[in-house]
Each structure stands twice: as C-alpha cells, then as structure tokens.
Write a protein that binds this ligand. Sequence first.
Ligand SMILES: [Zn+2]
Length: 419
Amino acid sequence: MTDQDKIALLSDLVAINTVADHEKKIAVYLQDYFAQHGIDSKLVDVAPNRANLIAEIGDGKGPVLAFAGHLDTVHEGDFNTWDTDPFTLNIQNDKLFGRGVTDMKGGLAAFVIAFMELHDRHEPLHGTLRFIATADEEKNELGADKLAAEGYLTDIDAVIIGEPTGVALNEISEYFTSGGAVIDPSTLKKLQQAAVTSKAAEQHFIFFAHKGFLAYDVTATGKAAHSSMPKLGVDAINHLVQYYQAEQTLYDTLPEESPILAKTMRGANIIQGGAQQNSVSDLATLTELTRTIPELPAQTLIERLQALIANLNQGDETMNLSLHVNAYDDAVVTPRDSQLIKIVQDIIPNYLIEPMVAPTIAVSLGTDAAAFVHANPNVQLAIIGPGNTTAHKANEYVSQQAYFAMVDIYREVAKQYLK
Ligand SMILES: [Zn+2]
C-alpha cells in the first residue's frame, strides 16, 4: 500500500464524525474496504447507529492474536480553538491534524493496513489474527462489553491495542511528573540522557498496565430557607464542603501503594450546589472519577467512603450525605516481559528510531484492555500506537512517520507471533 493510500484512509476516517456516536458509519466503511480486498468481516451491533467490526485471517491452527482499537472519538471542543477544521485531515510537514488522528484513528488505520497487507501478500499465519474495532470506548465501553458477552474475547492469547503511546521528547519529564504514568527511575534517567542527542520528535512507550476507575457522586441534602433566616434551613453546600475536606484527608492518608501503578488518584471534578442567591441551598453534589490500583480495588474503596459518610452523618443529625456509585472497573496489570512485548521490542528498531526502544510503563488512563483481561486473565497485552499527548485536545495531531512505522511494526509483530 502506498503512502498516499495510507493518508487517504486516515483522511476518510477523520471525515466520518464519530464523536461518541455513529461508529456504524466507520464500521460499514471498513467492511467495504476489507471486502474490496476479499476479506469478510462482521458487524456486531451495539446500539442504533453504533456497531463493532470483527475480521479474521490466518489458518486457525494456532494462537489467537488480536489487533484492537476503537471507532469513537471525544468531542472536538470549541471549534474556534482549532487552527484547522477538525474533521478534515490537514497535513503540515510530518504532522497530520484532525479530531481522532491520535486517539485513535491513526492506530486503527495502521491496523487495517497491516491486516490487509498480510492478507494481500498471502503471508502464512499459523493461528488467527483477529481485527477488532469497538464502539463507545471513550464513554462506557459498551462495544467491548458486547464483544465480551458474545465470547469474541475469550480465546484471545495476546492483544495489541493501538492507543496513542508517543510523547514529544520535550514533554517527557512533565509526562512522568503529571501523575499520568509510572516509569522505572533508572529507565527515565537513561531516556532523558538519550533524548538530548536524539533526532526523533517523539518517544513511544508500551503500556502493560493501567489504573482502574471508580465513578461516583456524593450528595448532601439540606433544607431550603430564606437566606435572611439561615437558622431555619440546613445548608447542603456547607455539609458537602465538610465532606470534601474529610474525603481529601482519607485519600491523602491511604496506606495502599502499588509497586507498578503507584497511588490511588482522586479526581473530584464537578461540584454543584444551590439554586439561587437568596436561599439556603438544599442540595449539593460532588462528582468524582477516582483512578484505582489493584491493592485498593473499587469495592474496598466504596466501603471506606460509605464508612466516612456514615461517620459524618452520625456526628451531626442535620447532615444527610449519600453515595451513589455510577461505574467502576478494575486496574489492568499484565506481565511486562511477555512474549508479545518482547516481539514488539525486537521489531521496533527496524522501523522507528527513537531515544529508547519502547520502554514498558504503567499509566493512569483506562482502555478497553480491562475487557480483554476479564475474558482471559492470562492474556498478553501490549498497548502501543501512533499518536501522542495531543489526544482529547484542540489541534490533535499524529506524526506521519510514526503512523507509517506502526503499520510495519503491527504487520511484522503478527508475522512473528503467528509464525
Ligand atoms: Zn483512545
């Protein structure tokens, strides 16, 4: 496949708006694309206008390797913060701009091309290579859940997820101090030294582990009163603020720490309360997304939050706090020296010259990997893909060079793993 064809595919994917919906349009587009090369694929509906896509090649007589990616993107945000139209691929030197190019239409396109090249060149694959594209990864992971429920993930021995894992060299220190990722300190030192003389723009990593999450609301219910007679009311905002501070202390003093994923990370991101200036507030709500570690799973954390709430409610008879859990999922920790990761690291230097050969790191963000690990706790995992930390931001871009390199890396890894 020519470089022009690779750009054209990514350009088409960007032009199909899949902001948290309409993934079926891309799934159908890719189904046609595969069909033109004689590859059968299957749509798995998730909801109206939303579908996953599955395709397979190989002799079926060996292990199962999956290429997995998602079809949806996050919202483009304020149009005016973009320098170019987010739904038109814009090329400036090595940078390809557009919503989703990094997260993760670039990785998805690289999987599609690698898959087709293996098929078109009649590469012998001992086993099964399964292409999996999911809907709704960014919100509720409904697509991956559907595939898990229908058994598409159970027999998978190894999976590459093409989420963006690149970091611009001048952002590396900040990346690891941000709390977003955990790296072995001696590896970081080596990397920083090698970055000084490197001609590369980015360093790509392999994620082998990531935090889980717990999404919940805490609500304080009070009693409204005219603000000139506050003693007749119960101030919900005041009670929620007391809770907020007590919860901060709870998080600050958690004894659990993971050798791989570090500490539980609190995200108290939305606070809402009150209805008008001249009334005592009768309702206030805190909405949180906490990032969890295996040493303190969501269930245990929920128990501690409930105990904290019970304690505060007991200490003040007007206090009426309650917890509502919205969703949670486990942290993912897989072997960092698996056969799959070794193969990826062996192949990378042939296509991508960077300060180091894709060091393995653990990150705080979530991916569809949890569904694969639930389906097979022994699954080998390597999250690696083109793209960088511009995910979810305006002027998101992917390096053309990294995108092209990843096509070759994915293809060669599949050949090697399914030898
Ligand atoms: Zn993503």
